[in-house]
Design a protein around this ligand. Structure first.
Ligand code: GTP
Ligand code: MG
Length: 243
């Protein structure tokens, strides 16, 4: 029987509320507004996943499906420096693919599945940054929502199966719904992730990220099967996500 592994987020406080980091064998979704640190968290975990277990790692490689063209090798290098690992080696251990539409995103997930099957036990983390962006473009018409949700459901089932079959931690980033007429008074807590109940149901762990005062960021754990709703603050630094 496989045992659940954890990958540290880079923030000890956030790891604590997650019960040790993000888990393998299920999907974790981090959603929030632009610049709250979703992509930086994804980058950080791609490096951390490679580290020894005592450093919060999983001693494995990472796969990164980039739907927005925001993967930055230089950020990986800087994060690697923070953890004292060779920057070029860290980069080599991350396979990155840019997805150009939702169909392509699905094909890339299948490719990751193949890589996991060919190199058993090597991949420990799969990032999809972001899960919904291309679906929102491809199915933007009013009448297309049910088709979108159907395709999304198939993709999420595939991701869930991959996470279980290969004991991989799957980290999805997601956007929040635009709130027309939102004012400064409109609380961040009112922001809702896109993807509807299909995504809500598929994500075993949901983390809502928001901007705090100044450089502070706050993560709130929601819908977690075994942890109460909890918050942790974190920062975005040159070396990635930290306390
Ligand atoms: P969207 O994809 O636009 O929705 O945003 P996101 O949630 O993915 O935000 P992202 O992870 O890209 O975070 C952007 C923030 O990270 C910005 O506020 C940057 O200032 C900060 N950031 C990025 N790189 C660095 C860095 O090297 N040092 C520091 N201190 N901050 C950084
Ligand atoms: Mg981003």
């Amino acid at each position: 029987r496989k045992r659940v592994i954890h990958v540290s987020t880079g923030s000890k406080a956030l790891d604590v509320i997650l019960g040790g980091g993000i888990c393998s064998m299920s999907l974790t979704e981090a959603y929030g507004e632009f610049r709250c640190g979703k992509t930086q968290m994804a980058h950080t975990m791609c490096v951390v996943a490679q580290l020894p277990r005592e450093m919060g790692g999983a001693e494995g490689k990472a796969a990164y499906i980039d739907t927005e063209g925001t993967f930055r090798p230089d950020r990986i290098r800087a994060i690697a420096e923070r953890f004292g690992v060779d920057p070029e080696q860290a980069l080599e251990n991350i396979i990155v693919a840019r997805a150009y539409n939702s169909e392509h995103q699905y094909e890339l997930i299948q490719k990751v599945e193949q890589s996991c099957a060919e190199e058993k036990g090597v991949y420990k983390l799969l990032v999809v940054d972001s899960i919904m962006a291309l679906f929102r473009v491809d199915y933007s018409g009013r009448g297309e929502l049910s088709e979108r949700q159907q395709k999304l459901n198939i993709m999420l089932a595939r991701l869930a199966r991959l996470s279980e079959q290969f004991n991989v931690a799957v980290f999805l980033t997601n956007q929040v719904q635009a709130d027309p007429g939102a004012s400064m008074m409109f609380a961040a807590a009112d922001k809702k992730p896109v993807g509807g109940h299909i995504l809500a149901h598929a994500s075993a762990t949901r983390i809502f990220l928001r901007k705090g005062r100044g450089e502070e960021r706050v993560a709130k754990l929601l819908d977690s099967p075994d942890m109460a709703e909890k918050e942790a603050s974190y920062q975005i630094t040159e070396g990635g996500i930290s306390d």
